[in-house]
Design a protein around this ligand. Structure first.
Ligand SMILES: *Cc1c(COP(=O)(O)O)cnc(C)c1O
Length: 497
């Protein structure tokens, strides 16, 4: 293809430099009817009219439409392909959720509307609360936290308030070495000192170490179950007994509930408090940093400490928000949480029903086991115990050829897949953490397996191909630190010369 055509049609070959600026003076993307009123006296408006933006592009309607349509194709999302990020549960976001969230009575409701005129919305909150309590087996819940990490902190503030009410808030929180980084950060923000709990050779909590570290100054154990290796902590009942015997509480990081919903309930295996990630397990969108929702479910003894407001049913059967709760830790979020996200999660739960939710869990586990079985010849599996909804390999074999997990992830982009989670959990050096979720079909998983096997062959036979990947994207390897620290998120006019 001739150079000029490639340049003019950048989407044909993604590797070509593109002409981003398409402005030429005098072009206009809209047509207005002739003015039929006197022109405004801008002087009389006291300088409140906007000046022309210097250097603002002048393009035709078609050019602007093509510009934004093209930009949308440079992105990757769960609507374009499989999203393997382990521990993130990047499942499909059903369109029915969006339809429900756009219903007029839901989309147009105002947070200051009187409670009598918001009964429908309060009913949404009630139904979701009841569903989540049934799923988790807990006694009470707040829907307010805006993310998993926010839920963790909210929960630990409740733990602190509860233990303080018992006479001693304690100072330490125990966190296994396989935990998500947010666990330690949340504990620290809630004022606790964190203690590292090393896993045993099978990738689970080591009971002897737990016995040794668990003393009267430990407020809680923060456990992820199944843990971030995808392994179910089989001795959870014993773990809970050890923690409870010393007066501590068991906190469960529920980010991995996609392995449990409809099959096993944290409230039945000794958990006192847990957070859920509605943007993971319950299918609400989960990109670009949110909005999310991290409800926290608790056992009876923690209920008085839930953030305000809580939802109550009045004697006449109407619903209301209760602010009169003297033991509450207070407010953690404006209004009532991310309502639009809560609506979507409820739509997902109701659309699936109890049977459907259980089936999703079973298929999520089946998909992960299928991927694991088909890749264990090509990649090192550091922990051999059966795992549930996600599997964790290491780059040990590929590293002999100088190829590491980050390189394999980049090469996977060339094969049309979003990378898996790289280098987490930290207890697996060079980790490849894959969570296919129930959303993906067998055909899609077979393509993924072929791609990862092919990359393993390349790592051996032509490592350079992997080391310089991706080859098919507009930008190859960005400086990830700068991209996070100094992101360029908006267009700015080029200085005029
Ligand atoms: C995602 C995740 C979190 C944090 O949740 P956010 O909603 O991202 O704040 C905590 N723990 C685990 C195990 C997770 O996977």
């Amino acid at each position: 293809m001739a150079d000029h055509i490639k340049k003019a049609r950048p989407h044909v070959n993604q590797n070509e430099d593109l002409i981003f600026e398409r402005s030429s003076a005098g072009k206009c993307a809209y047509q207005l009817p002739p003015l039929d009123v006197p022109p405004a006296d801008t002087g009389a408006l006291g300088g409140f009219t906007r000046d022309e933006i210097p250097g603002f592009p002048e393009v035709s309607e078609m050019e602007i439409v093509r510009h934004f349509t093209r930009l949308s194709t440079w992105n990757y999302g769960v609507d374009t392909g499989a999203y393997l990020l382990g521990s993130c549960t990047m499942k499909y976001n059903p369109k029915i959720n969006e339809l429900v969230a756009r219903l007029k009575g839901i989309a147009n409701v105002h947070p200051y509307q009187p409670q009598e005129a918001s009964q429908g919305c309060l009913k949404v909150l009630k139904l979701l609360s009841e569903s989540l309590l049934e799923i988790t087996g807990m006694d009470a819940i707040t829907l307010q936290p805006a993310a998993g990490a926010h839920g963790e902190m909210t929960a630990l503030l409740m733990v602190h308030a509860y233990l303080a009410s018992q006479g001693n808030p304690r100072h330490k929180v125990l966190i296994p070495d396989s935990a998500h980084g947010t666990n330690a950060a949340s504990a620290a923000m809630a004022g606790y000192k964190t203690l590292n709990l090393p896993s045993n050779s099978e990738g689970m909590v080591d009971l002897a170490t737990l016995e040794r570290l668990m003393d009267d100054d430990v407020a809680a154990l923060m456990l992820t179950n199944p843990n971030t290796l995808g392994i179910f902590e089989e001795r959870i009942a014993e773990i809970a007994r050890i923690v409870h015997a010393r007066g501590g509480l068991v906190y469960m990081d529920g980010a991995n509930m996609n392995a449990l919903v409809g099959v096993s309930r944290p409230g039945d295996f000794g958990v006192d408090v847990l957070h859920l990630n509605l943007h993971k397990t319950f299918s609400t969108p989960h990109g670009g940093g949110g909005p999310g929702a991290g409800p926290v479910a608790v056992r009876k003894q923690l209920e008085p400490f839930l953030p305000i407001p809580t939802l109550i049913e009045k004697p006449d059967g109407s619903l209301a928000l209760d602010y009169d709760r003297p033991a509450s830790i207070g407010r953690v979020r404006a209004f009532y949480g991310n309502f639009g996200v809560l609506v979507r999660a409820l739509a997902y739960i109701l659309a699936n029903g109890a049977e459907g939710l259980r089936e999703s869990t079973e298929e999520a586990v089946l998909n992960s086991v299928y991927v694991r079985k088909n890749l264990e010849d090509s990649y090192e599996l550091p922990y051999k115990r059966p795992a549930l909804h996600e599997c964790v390999f290491s780059d040990k074999r590929q590293a002999q050829h100088g190829v590491h997990t980050g390189d394999i992830a980049k090469r996977l982009i060339d094969y049309g897949f979003h990378p898996y989670t790289v280098s987490f959990p930290l207890i697996v050096p060079g980790a490849l953490m894959i969570e296919p979720t129930e959303s993906e079909s067998k055909q899609e998983l077979d393509l993924l397996i072929d791609a990862l096997r092919s990359i393993a062959r390349e790592a051996e036979q032509e490592p350079e191909t992997v080391l310089h990947a991706p080859h098919t994207t507009r930008i190859a390897r960005v400086d990830e630190v700068q991209a996070a620290r100094r992101p360029i998120l908006r267009w700015k006019p080029e200085p005029r010369t």
